[in-house]
Design a protein around this ligand. Structure first.
Ligand SMILES: O=C(O)CCC(=O)C(=O)O
Length: 270
């Protein structure tokens, strides 16, 4: 945290059902859930969306469904952020740039300005993602009112190298929008908790719910603190999961167990 930072951030995770291949319906549905989130008594400072919320995994039609340059997505999310004075970590959408499709997160500040763009760098072969999408090539951090945040998407969380890279760049919170299905709930909870503990950072993970073909997505969106304690967890139904980040806690945890001072990087294999 840097000087002048907000000491606490209220988070709202939009744990939504996503209709496969229906960007219009999904956009309207998520907009309605976001309106509900900002009308709560405890207003969120940050709204987080799930992975691929515009199209779901309609990969065989992704060329026609993806948002060209993300223009429509950016316009809508920017407008919402500005209208309600809220940060948005926009999950991810299928974004078309030239003839390439990316699985991309956009982040907006309270003024509606875009503050980050991250494209998923580890594509999930179990769902043939690599046959249809291009991988991002760059790790991304962004600022949330003095709290440095790192971007990742779903399968990325299986690669501790990415979250450690982000932590070494100063990130104290890791965002993980996802479409993570049964039967791997145990992996989801364990990997997210491990990333929080090993990097002494908050982990904020927003997963979709509902069935798509044979695949059942389980929700269980999670807010985990830098000790690995669960602050909030969704069930398997559609819901808005809320919790509060104490921006001073990552620093306190690092002070108690000096993991980052005790690293021996010169001994690690490259
Ligand atoms: O790693 C997993 O088990 C799930 C990953 C996934 O579904 C994705 O990256 O879309």
């Amino acid at each position: 945290m840097t000087g002048g930072a907000k000491p606490q951030l209220n988070i709202a995770l939009i744990q939504a059902y996503i209709e496969i291949g229906e960007p219009g319906a999904n956009t309207n549905h998520l907009a309605a859930m976001m309106e509900k989130a900002v009308s709560a008594e405890e207003r969120p400072d940050v709204i987080v969306l799930p992975e691929m919320w515009n199209t779901g995994y309609a990969l065989d039609r992704i060329g026609e469904l993806a948002d060209p340059n993300g223009e429509e997505t950016k316009r809508r999310l920017s407008d919402f952020a500005k209208r309600h004075g809220v940060h948005i970590v926009g999950g991810s959408v299928a974004e078309k740039i030239g003839d390439r499709i990316y699985n991309t997160m956009y982040v907006f500040g309270r003024d509606g300005e875009i503050t980050a763009r991250y494209s998923k760098m580890h594509l999930f072969r179990l769902m043939d993602e690599e046959k249809f999408l291009h991988a991002g090539e760059e790790a991304v951090t962004f600022d949330l009112e003095g709290l440095k945040a790192g971007a990742s998407i779903c399968y990325d969380v299986r690669f501790p190298e990415l979250s450690r890279t982000l932590a070494l760049a100063g990130a104290n919170v890791l965002f993980v929008p996802a479409e993570w299905p049964h039967p791997r709930l145990h992996h989801w909870r364990t990997l997210l908790t491990a990333r929080a503990i090993e990097n002494q950072m908050y982990v904020v993970a927003c997963n979709r719910v509902g069935r798509s073909g044979e695949t059942e997505f389980f929700g269980h969106s999670l807010l985990i603190d830098p000790w690995g304690e669960v602050i909030a967890e969704g069930g398997e139904e559609e819901s808005i999961v809320t919790g509060t980040l104490d921006c001073t806690l990552p620093g306190e945890v690092k002070g108690r167990i000096p993991v980052f001072e005790d690293r021996r990087p010169h001994l690690y294999f490259k």
